[in-house]
Design a protein around this ligand. Structure first.
Ligand SMILES: C[S@@+](CC[C@H](N)C(=O)[O-])C[C@H]1O[C@@H](n2cnc3c(N)ncnc32)[C@H](O)[C@@H]1O
Length: 282
């Protein structure tokens, strides 16, 4: 008893001499706990996770997700190509350098792990849709086939008004490519929306973006893809959430959503965006 009192007194004295009180210690612990929060749930239908997607996907159960809809880093940060960020032109390396600079062998091995995890978490009726660097999309096709997926088609986002080629040394960049897989050909979910909505491309105009994320995707094609591959109340996962485009589309359309993002700045952007999106009932 005497020993513990002595210890407590000495400890309290030391803490006081270090400039802290018992109250300060409690506040510090609370602050630490608050900053350690990595999972943000808005009601039960939207879950946003700040973390590494591969680690976080491993925590999701088998056969639980209806659609993986995503847009991974393309690994193409290049000092010689320009892209528009807000009103400024920057090199791709400046705009995306944070995450787009892996050695290519390492990059494809990493993507393979993510595709395999996607296969595991998808229900048999589920689908996988991912945008990818068009020059590498056949690698993604092979990775998907190896994982056990059934290939459905490529999907192009076609810009009516691509950014002008300032150096006038080649084509303007007028389209992006994605790939679509079903987990199981026979039990796939497939909502045929009508002939004029089922082309394997989506034509859109680049306009005002919703956030400052450098590679924010347009929301309208994401909504179309979600409509084709899911029903209301279904669960969609985006392991590379970025500014939360897929999440905002899901909220508008009454789908449940799990989004994972590694960068705190983008995670916060996505959280605010999805919070401010008008939801629809299931
Ligand atoms: C191409 S962007 C996605 C943009 C998104 N489609 C949008 O509309 O905003 C890829 C995102 O993946 C994130 N990212 C990179 N590595 C990650 C990882 N290991 N786990 C989770 N997110 C990651 C990046 O920070 C970036 O925001």
């Amino acid at each position: 008893m005497a020993r513990s009192r002595t210890f407590a007194t000495t400890y309290a004295k030391r803490r006081m001499s270090a400039g802290g009180s018992r109250k300060d210690g409690k506040a510090r612990r609370l602050r630490k706990k608050r900053t350690a929060i990595r999972i943000y749930s808005m009601d039960d239908s939207m879950k946003l996770i700040l973390g590494d997607c591969l680690k976080e996907m491993k925590k999701l159960p088998d056969d639980s997700v209806d659609l993986v809809l995503t847009d991974p880093p393309y690994n193409i940060a290049d000092k010689n190509k320009l892209t528009k960020v807000g009103n400024e032109f920057k090199t791709n390396a400046e705009a995306w350098g944070k995450w787009d600079t892996m050695d290519s062998k390492q990059y494809f091995a990493w993507i393979k792990n993510i595709v395999q995890e996607s296969y595991r978490i998808l229900k048999n009726s589920g689908s996988f849709v991912s945008f990818f660097n068009k020059f590498n999309i056949t690698y993604l096709r092979d990775i998907g086939l190896d994982a056990g997926f059934h290939p459905v088609n490529f999907y192009a986002l076609v810009k009516r008004n691509p950014v002008p080629n300032l150096r006038k040394n080649g084509f303007t960049s007028g389209f992006e490519l994605g790939i679509i897989f079903n987990k199981d050909k026979k039990s796939k979910k497939w909502n045929f929306l009508g002939q004029n909505q089922m082309q394997n491309y989506y034509l859109y105009s680049i306009g005002q973006k919703s956030t400052s994320h450098p590679t924010e995707k347009p929301i309208s094609p994401m909504k179309r893809l979600i409509m084709i591959f899911t029903d209301k109340g279904d669960l969609v996962c985006d392991p590379f959430m970025g500014s939360g485009t897929t999440g905002a589309a899901c909220k508008e359309m009454g789908r449940r959503f799990i989004g994972i993002e590694i960068d705190k700045e983008y995670f916060d952007i996505a959280k605010n965006r999805i919070n401010n999106t008008q939801g629809s009932l299931f």
